[in-house]
Write a protein that binds this ligand. Structure first.
Ligand SMILES: Nc1ncnc2c1ncn2[C@@H]1O[C@H](COP(=O)(O)OP(=O)(O)OP(=O)(O)O)[C@@H](O)[C@H]1O
Ligand SMILES: [Mg+2]
Length: 543
């Protein structure tokens, strides 16, 4: 049997570790020369706008602008394997296939696999050290083995780029497109030229997500181990040009409200206003198109909720991350039966069960269907609630809410206290040069069905958020609820605005930092305020 032929006589013997320093030096030189040559040839047609490492030193990104028409290209520059290295790569992959042992229980399978790859490569190196050319870069071979076995194959460098938000493949022979945070949607130089290659990657993606894909079940909607959202189709069953996939990348660290202030999505005053109204569990709706930044904003706002309240979050894919101790995270499950929707747990089921948890606030990732009705019933019975909806404007959002399948009675609309529109906007940097950024473009307070009060508007000409808080109906309500004057409410918003500004100067940007400062403000407001008052002028004197 082949399996025995491939087994090696030294299996089980103690293997000496071999030093790698010499190779590292050689690799650096190799890399520079290759990149240099490639750049020289690319320069004839392209201008290089930017270059940065993706997997140092093996792969880097080049953002290229074509000279003739100004079109952009995302060029993944990977150091190729030489013919000899490729042969070794294939041999080691073969051995791996036969020699791989399952991880002992409790060990992370990825870590286990990585260790095994290194071990097998070391064995292999030792065995062939005398007959192999000294210029071989084993580190490079190891990079490709890891790339093609435990990572994401040819799209691995794209998965490693934090500036890439989305990766999509429309079929065989088409370039992979990425959504880049600084350049929007751009094609890459990565392309699958054969059905087999692309089908294999889709099967691999499905397996990584713990799912099955086949001709009988050619659609996958799943979550990858790192939390990325995967949608894919298999072969030519439901997609004309072969398998397709889209990966929405999940950020390791969610953007906090401070990140959003620093990036200009909201102003510090607008953030302070949200903080104030969320303290009173006001219900809100965030609207925007796909990829506008709804979930990100929802997460950033949720960290502003009082740290001691009970929150239940309900999502299709678990994207939200909160610092609240009393937080229950629920997510839906597609059916796993072969007939009908057996075992399916929908958002609707989850919203219903969430009410048994007696939450102060229910957060639903996105409302699309009948779960909206239950959410509105929850709000009507005094729970707070925040959700997002796919719509561009308040009128369109209300129309969607009141039409099938959501069918919220019009009388329930004023139960929503505030509505936020978030958009991608083009910010001019120089004449004819734009950068795409996210902005909260409008904030309304809802007085009645079809009566919306605009309290904040993004002014593109002035590049600023204009707040009309004097028109607010929620702030007088808060004053009444707390038995204070409206002036006192405004003063508190001003204090919070200072805290937010102070956090931006101090770069307290993680969502955990935000959680800590908020908790501190509720516990010992005067202590944190005196620190802010003392330190803020010092920071501002530098700007
Ligand atoms: N304010 C922001 N500043 C910078 N990047 C942002 C901002 N908001 C979102 N992003 C990035 O944009 C991508 C999409 O964001 P997000 O998932 O929040 O959008 P969405 O509107 O919820 O999309 P979908 O409609 O698909 O659910 C993410 O990679 C996220 O990190
Ligand atoms: Mg979303």
């Amino acid at each position: 049997m082949v399996v025995f032929k491939l087994r090696f006589p030294w299996k089980g013997k103690k293997v000496e570790e071999t030093p790698l320093e010499e190779e590292e030096k050689e690799v650096k030189v190799d890399f520079d020369r290759l990149i240099y040559e490639k750049i020289v040839s690319l320069r004839a047609d392209y201008r290089i706008l930017e270059s940065y490492p993706l997997v140092d030193p093996w792969a880097r990104a080049l953002i290229l602008e074509r000279k003739v028409d100004g079109s952009l290209l995302y060029f993944v520059d990977e150091i190729p394997l030489t013919t000899e290295e490729r042969q070794l790569y294939e041999k080691v992959m073969d051995i791996l296939y036969w020699e791989l042992e399952p991880p002992p229980s409790g060990e992370d399978p990825r870590e286990h696999f990585k260790k095994q790859v290194s071990k097998i490569i070391r064995k292999f190196r030792l065995r062939f050290s005398s007959s192999i050319h000294p210029g071989i870069s084993w580190q490079k071979i190891e990079y490709y083995i890891n790339r093609d076995s435990i990572e994401y194959g040819p799209i691995t460098p794209l998965m490693k780029d934090p500036a890439i938000e989305d990766i999509s493949c429309d079929g065989v022979g088409r370039p992979i497109y990425v959504w880049h945070s600084r350049y929007e949607s751009i094609p890459t130089n990565i392309r699958f030229d054969s059905d087999e290659e692309l089908d294999d990657l889709v099967v691999k993606l499905a397996h990584k997500a713990g799912k099955h894909v086949s001709v009988a079940f050619p659609i996958i909607d799943a979550i990858l181990p790192e939390g990325h959202r995967l949608a894919a189709t298999y072969k030519r069953e439901v997609s004309r040009d072969g398998s397709t996939f889209t990966i929405r990348k999940f950020k390791d660290k969610p953007l906090s409200i401070i990140n959003l202030v620093l990036g200009g999505t909201v102003s510090s005053l607008l953030a302070a206003y949200f903080w104030k109204i969320l303290e009173f569990n006001m219900t809100g709706l965030i609207m925007g198109v796909t990829g506008a930044g709804k979930t990100t904003l929802l997460n950033a706002l949720a960290t502003l909720l009082r740290p001691t309240i009970k929150i239940v979050t309900i999502e299709d894919t678990p994207e939200l991350r909160l610092t609240h101790e009393n937080w229950v995270q629920l997510y839906s499950r597609p059916s796993y039966g072969f007939e009908g929707g057996m075992g399916e747990i929908s958002l609707y089921d989850l919203v219903r069960v969430s009410l048994r948890y007696r939450p102060d606030v229910v957060i639903v990732g996105e409302v699309r269907g009948e779960e909206a009705k239950v959410l509105f019933q929850a709000i009507a019975t005094g729970h707070g609630g925040i959700t997002t909806i796919h719509a561009e404007h308040i009128d369109a959002a209300v129309k969607r809410l009141t039409s099938p399948p959501m069918e919220i009675p019009k009388g329930y609309i004023p139960l929503v206290n505030f509505a936020i529109a978030i958009k991608r906007v083009r910010i001019p940097i120089e004449p004819d040069v734009y950068r795409v950024e996210r902005r909260v473009t409008e904030v309304w307070e809802i007085q009645d069905y079809d009566q919306y009060i605009l309290v904040s508007r993004w002014d593109p000409a002035m590049k600023s958020h204009n707040l009309m808080l004097e028109d607010s109906i929620l702030l007088p309500r808060i004053a009444e609820m707390t038995g204070t004057s409206l002036d006192a409410v405004f003063e508190d918003i001003e204090r919070r605005e200072k805290i937010i500004r102070w956090m931006t100067y101090k770069r307290l940007t993680s969502y955990q930092d935000v959680g800590r400062v908020i908790t501190e403000y509720y516990r010992r407001p005067s202590k944190i305020m005196s620190m802010v008052e003392r330190e803020l002028p010092r920071y501002e004197s530098y700007t």
